[in-house]
Design a binder for this molecule. Structure first.
Ligand SMILES: [Zn+2]
Length: 331
């Protein structure tokens, strides 16, 4: 791979550079926030070099920190709303009674006010709240088509809410029951590995849900929404696992993933998935901290795990251990 270059003002030349993590303090809306940013250094003279992507990255980290400390809805969630309710960004803005461009500005990374953030959070969390808004403010929309399309989608979501537990819910119930302490981040990765390794051994998937290539690895969005309130804490499992619909082969794979992968922290598992091709290929040219809801094609997942099984001579799900040990040694 060709090394990236940047202009060094000391050397007066395009130079190769090294990136280092540095703790920084940024000022935003009158307050200071410390965060881990990055700096590029010229490899010839060690002077700092300016790299636009690094600048963007640092700004993103600072903004994320600000959002967390001030309870402002994360950008990833804002990005999820139009798709969740099948509505364009401008109609959505009008529906909320805002300026036509306001929602688009938030999508581009502008910081919502606390009041607007709470509104966004509410409709993100609660399809019923969105439905009420849609009915109340449909007069703001420029076309009835946008209203009807969105209404169909939210009705579907509301029906799904009251539905029988889906397969992915069964898998989650089982995992939560077996794992003493699992965080939302680790749960996402465990679901991903269950899906991937089940395919490797049985050439079909356990559940139909798609996962997205988020900054922190593959994420099943609906599941993220359900458990995000636990943040970095273990999820409390409330239900007793009764009469699961899972098959014996599904349970075998789930048990082996739990045994060999759920023992790692969410952050370690994130490193695993960051070095695997389905996530990398789906992210493509996106820089590491850019939010995205690109779907990881199931074919990419299936093919990757088939290759893993072949490459490491895995004969049964118990051999998942070979893969997890190897990954842990490599990071
Ligand atoms: Zn230099």
């Amino acid at each position: 791979m060709k090394k990236k270059k940047a202009f060094c003002y000391e050397c007066r030349n395009d130079v190769a550079y090294t990136v280092k993590e540095v703790s920084m303090v940024g000022k935003l809306k009158g307050n200071e926030y410390s965060y881990n940013g990055r700096v590029g250094y010229c490899e010839d003279c060690k002077a700092e070099v300016y790299i636009p992507e690094i600048d963007d990255h640092n700004l993103k980290v600072l903004y994320d920190k600000y959002r967390r400390e001030n309870n402002i809805i994360p950008l990833e969630k804002i990005m999820g709303i139009p798709e969740m309710y099948d509505i364009g960004k401008r109609p959505l803005s009008l529906l909320l009674g805002w300026g036509e461009q306001t929602f688009t500005r938030y999508l581009d990374g502008d910081m919502p006010t606390k009041q607007y953030s709470e509104i966004l959070q509410k409709i993100y969390d609660d399809p019923k709240a969105y439905m009420e808004l849609l009915e109340e403010n449909k007069g703001n929309l420029k076309s009835t088509n946008a209203y009807e399309k969105s209404k169909r989608k939210v009705e579907k979501l509301l029906i799904m809410d009251g539905d029988e537990p889906s397969i992915i819910d069964e898998v989650i119930d089982y995992v939560l029951d077996e794992c003493e302490d699992i965080t939302p981040l680790a749960l996402q990765k465990v679901l991903y590995y269950i899906q991937g390794f089940y395919y490797a051994f049985y050439e079909k998937f356990v559940f139909s849900n798609d996962c997205e290539a988020w900054v922190h690895g593959p994420v099943y969005k609906d599941i993220y929404v359900t458990y995000c309130k636990y943040r970095f804490d273990p999820i409390e499992s409330s239900k007793e696992c009764i009469a699961s619909k899972l098959t014996t082969s599904e349970i075998t794979v789930i048990d082996c993933v739990i045994k060999n992968l759920s023992c790692y922290s969410g952050k370690i598992l994130e490193k695993f998935t960051h070095s695997e091709s389905p996530w990398i290929e789906t992210r493509g040219e996106l820089s590491p901290f850019v939010a995205s809801n690109r779907i990881i094609d199931k074919d990419l997942i299936g093919q990757y795990f088939l290759n893993v099984k072949e490459k490491y001579n895995m004969l049964s799900p118990a051999d998942i251990k070979v893969y997890s040990n190897m990954m842990f040694d490599r990071i």
